[in-house]
Design a binder for this molecule. Structure first.
Ligand code: GDP
Length: 559
């Protein structure tokens, strides 16, 4: 087939097709007759993947709800999940061996609910951070004897940030010191007033241990799901989200995915980021081998090239070759991204300077050392801004900054404001990896000033200068087309390329510039230490003499 014929077939301008082909290394072929029909089909498929298609008419069918259980540690999340699973096993086949695949399906009154097995908000938020929200409903477990605790509050924040409805399961009602009224009273403070108290929040009283209230809880989940009218297109493009992955010694990489849209079938090739593979087999949580899996079905997939991270979204492609090429591209892109990382960090300045027109709210995660200051700062922040821009506190809490704060900030493109709250080195590292900015403050006034400036897009970073070296100028060379190069003797410290330079003559500043390059014995070097001589090219300085002293500084960003 000739290129123009293929172009016509694909309804693409020939020029564009040629450009795309050359980008993929299929260059200069105006005659594609050397391509096998298989390759031709691959090119067609590639084009389909890459070029936006006219949206097809979607045929939506109702789908079953996907639920995550959140709550404070020891409030009974695991016990509740197990109890719910057990009602299931008892109801279906006796002695069925359930598999731990990361998600389970529970059938109740002829309907199905999918539970994600990893309770806790870290997994929940990690998925959201990847842009793959699988959870439709959050069941928030609160122990009746303990009440709302810090992680309960965090869970509420996470669910809200993800816009996922919350059903409250008040657990451990069998305990003597259970105080249901206290829990409900506490909930009203978070705008989660129970229905029976005139609010809109569904509250179910359960005992996971004694298996009480479980049916009612399941009914309430269905009720909520019905209201939400959850739907998906089983015939649409495949979208399968990874919820858990592992390496198995015999079977290789294994991932559990939940199908969000489309239908996955044996033998199909799927790709998600850098991981791809021909699906050899898949099983559900009861260990049954399936041939296909539709929306809201969790399956464990064999045959992938590597371990995929939770939250990764898999799509279907035509052949393994295409998949490999796309995976290679994704790897390359990941590499490039890590190089660009530093530039891309979400910072107070960048939020408003880069996309001033689009951003309507500045999202912040707030942490303070006491409830009093937290409330004070939160109140001030939420009242700032005007009709165009406002501050949105996506989460607030007392105490040190936690991993979940970083993940939440990353997924909601928020910055973290710490007011006298502790920030551990691990958290700083994680923030760096997740490209989240943490700004630390001791004075409320400073926070207000910064946010004010950020809201008006005028925030300037503040730098400190650290003196890192002093050197004497012993020679001056004026080199045509290069500029001034000085011969220096490093008296103390280290002269480092790229540092800032101040030229001092008899203790007076005569100019400022930058170390553009350093040479030792004709060779370019990055730094030169005390007691050595070197040639330094200084940019931005004209007036420099023998006997001048240069002070070398490195800038350190304060905020
Ligand atoms: P998780 O950390 O939220 O997953 O909590 P677990 O499910 O591990 O439960 C913590 C403890 O609370 C365990 O000792 C459970 O046996 C106990 N527990 C869980 N649910 C109930 C309940 O309904 N009643 C009572 N009395 N104890 C419970």
């Amino acid at each position: 087939m000739r290129v123009y014929q293929l172009a016509r077939k694909l309804k693409l301008p020939t020029k564009k097709l040629l450009r795309v082909l050359s980008e993929w290394g299929i260059e200069g072929k105006t005659n594609l007759s050397s391509l096998t029909p298989q390759e031709e089909a691959e090119i067609e498929q590639l084009l389909k993947e890459k070029l936006p298609e006219k949206p097809k008419e979607k045929v939506l069918s109702p789908r079953d709800p996907i639920v995550t259980v959140l709550g404070h540690v020891d409030h009974g999340k695991t016990t509740l999940l197990d109890a719910l699973r057990n009602t299931q096993v008892a109801q279906t086949e006796a002695g069925g061996i359930t598999q731990r695949i990361g998600a389970s399906e529970i059938y109740f009154q002829g309907k199905r609910i999918v539970f994600i097995d990893t309770p806790g908000h870290e997994a929940f938020t990690a998925m959201r951070a990847q842009g793959a929200q699988v959870t439709d409903i959050v069941v928030l477990v609160i122990a009746a004897d303990d009440g709302v605790m810090p992680q309960t509050e965090e869970a509420i924040n996470h669910a809200r940030a993800a816009n996922v409805p919350i059903i409250i399961a008040i657990n451990k009602i069998d305990k003597e010191n259970a105080d249901l009224d206290r829990v409900k009273r506490q909930l009203t403070r978070y705008n989660l007033t129970p229905e029976e108290w005139g609010g809109e929040t569904i509250c179910v009283e359960v005992s996971a241990l004694e298996k009480k209230g479980l049916h009612e809880l399941l009914e309430m989940i269905f009720l909520q799901a019905e209201i939400m009218e959850l739907s998906a297109d089983p015939a649409g493009e495949l979208r399968a989200v990874v919820v858990e992955s592992e390496i198995n010694r015999q079977k290789g990489p294994i991932s559990t995915v939940i199908i969000k849209q489309g239908t996955l079938r044996i033998g199909e090739v799927i790709i998600g980021g850098e991981v791809y593979g021909k699906v050899r087999a898949f099983i559900n949580w009861r260990g049954e081998r399936l041939k296909d899996a539709g929306p809201s079905t969790p399956v464990q997939v064999l045959g992938l090239s590597d371990v995929a991270l939770p939250g990764q979204i898999f799509v279907r492609v035509y052949s393994e070759r295409i998949a490999k090429r796309m995976a290679d591209e994704a790897k390359e892109e990941a590499r490039r991204r890590s190089l660009r990382k530093r530039e891309k960090i979400i910072t107070l300045e960048s939020i408003f300077s880069s996309s001033q027109k689009e951003v309507k709210s500045l999202n912040v995660v707030l942490r303070a050392d006491s409830q009093g200051t937290l409330k004070a700062v939160a109140d001030v922040l939420t009242n700032m801004g005007d009709e165009n821009v406002k501050v949105e506190v996506v989460s607030q809490g007392v105490g040190e900054i936690k991993k979940s704060d970083i993940l939440l900030a990353s997924s909601s493109e928020a910055i973290i404001l710490s007011f006298n709250a502790e920030v551990s080195p691990e958290i700083k590292t994680l923030a760096h990896q997740e490209e989240v900015e943490i700004r630390e403050y001791q004075v409320i006034y400073d926070i207000i000033e910064d946010i004010k400036l950020a809201l008006t897009g005028m925030l300037e970073p503040v730098y400190a200068e650290d003196l890192i070296a002093k050197a004497e100028i012993r020679d001056i060379f004026k080199i045509p087309r290069v500029g001034i190069v000085v011969g220096c003797y490093v008296r103390e410290g280290k002269v480092i390329r790229g540092s800032k330079v101040k030229v001092m003559r008899e203790d007076k500043l005569t100019g400022e510039g930058k170390v553009a390059s350093i040479k030792r014995f004709e060779r370019d070097v990055n730094e030169v230490s005390t007691g050595l001589e070197c040639g330094v090219k200084i940019d931005g300085v004209d007036d420099i003499q023998k006997g001048d002293l240069i002070e070398v500084y490195q800038e350190r960003r304060l905020r």
